[in-house]
Structure formats: structure tokens, C-alpha cells
Design a protein around this ligand. Structure first.
Ligand SMILES: Cc1cc2nc3c(=O)[nH]c(=O)nc-3n(C[C@H](O)[C@H](O)[C@H](O)COP(=O)(O)O)c2cc1C
Length: 150
């Protein structure tokens, strides 16, 4: 299974696209990633993972994507001990909204409160993740993250 979890919640496939690209970049570098959709992921202690890569889009005035939100609420309720674990966040949003990308801020606070340490600035993608500029942005972010993953 590997010690890297990549969990994403995505409504229209944008954050899923980012997740796939990150996973593929890791794979090329020889890092196995356990990629999971929040829709059907039910591990609430995360014991087997050292690295938690969390991908979530923002909806409805700063809320988490609904599948990720459901998982996240269950996770928080089960009070996992995440001390020693490292996390990084990515997701899609739209800068036309007042609460641009704010879902990621909620996750950042929650994971920090549960004891995990953020190892890289979040990646927030505005609009279509498949544009050349955004593919470059995602690729650079993943390459930089690889440097922090043992
Ligand atoms: C009804 C609706 C509400 C949205 N609310 C927000 C928002 O509050 N903040 C934001 O940054 N993006 C918002 N978005 C934009 C989505 O986050 C964006 O389309 C994103 O690419 C969707 O990614 P996903 O397909 O991975 O879910 C909203 C989109 C819709 C249709």
C-alpha cells in the first residue's frame, strides 16, 4: 500500500485531474501512492500512512466538497492521533468567488489541530486544471513535494 495517502474529493473531476497528475509524477519518481476517492474511503485513524496528501475543491461559499466533507467530519469525530504525520494540500477553486479556495484553509487548520505538520504550501488551482499553465503549476508543486518525501 505504501506510506503515502492521496485522498481527494471532486465534484466535476477537476481536483481528481490534479490528484492523478500528482500521483503519476510520484510514480515516475518511484514513489508508490495510495490514491483514494473520499466518496468511499473509510480509514479514520490513518495509522499506516506517514504522508497525507489531501485534495479538495471549495463549494458553496467556502465549504468543502461534499464527499470530502463527509469523510473529514468522520475523521475529526474519531479524534485520530496525527502527531508525526506530514501533510500537504491541493485543490481547485474559482477566484470569481469571494470564498476562493477557503475549503483548504479549513483542512489546514483541522489537520494542524490533530497534530500533523504541513510540509509545503498548498496548491490552489484557479479554473481549468488542464490548461498548460496549470499543468506546469501542478507539476512544479509535485516535483517540489517529492523533495520532502522520503
Ligand atoms: C455552486 C458552486 C459554488 C462554488 N463555490 C465556490 C467557492 O465558494 N469558492 C471557490 O473557490 N470555488 C467555488 N466554486 C468553484 C469550484 O470549486 C470549481 O469549479 C472547481 O474547479 C471544482 O472542482 P471539482 O470538480 O474538483 O469539485 C463553486 C462552483 C459552483 C458551481
Amino acid at each position: 500500500m505504501g506510506n503515502i495517502l492521496l485522498l481527494y474529493g471532486s465534484m466535476t473531476g477537476h481536483t481528481k485531474f490534479v490528484a492523478n497528475l500528482v500521483r503519476n509524477i510520484f510514480k515516475k519518481a518511484g514513489k508508490e501512492v495510495d490514491m483514494q476517492n473520499a466518496l468511499d474511503f473509510k480509514d479514520y485513524d490513518l495509522k499506516t500512512y506517514d504522508y497525507l496528501l489531501m485534495g479538495c475543491s471549495t463549494w458553496d461559499e467556502g465549504k468543502l466538497q461534499v464527499h470530502f466533507e463527509q469523510y473529514y467530519e468522520n475523521l475529526v469525530a474519531s479524534k485520530p492521533k496525527l502527531g508525526g504525520k506530514k501533510f500537504a494540500l491541493f485543490g481547485c477553486g474559482d477566484s470569481g468567488y469571494v470564498h476562493y479556495g477557503e475549503g483548504l484553509d479549513l483542512i489546514q487548520k483541522g489537520f494542524t489541530d490533530m497534530g500533523a505538520a504541513e510540509i509545503q504550501d498548498k496548491l490552489l488551482i484557479d479554473g481549468d486544471p488542464e490548461s498548460n499553465d496549470n499543468i506546469d503549476k501542478i507539476s512544479d508543486w509535485a516535483a517540489k513535494l517529492l523533495e520532502s518525501v522520503k
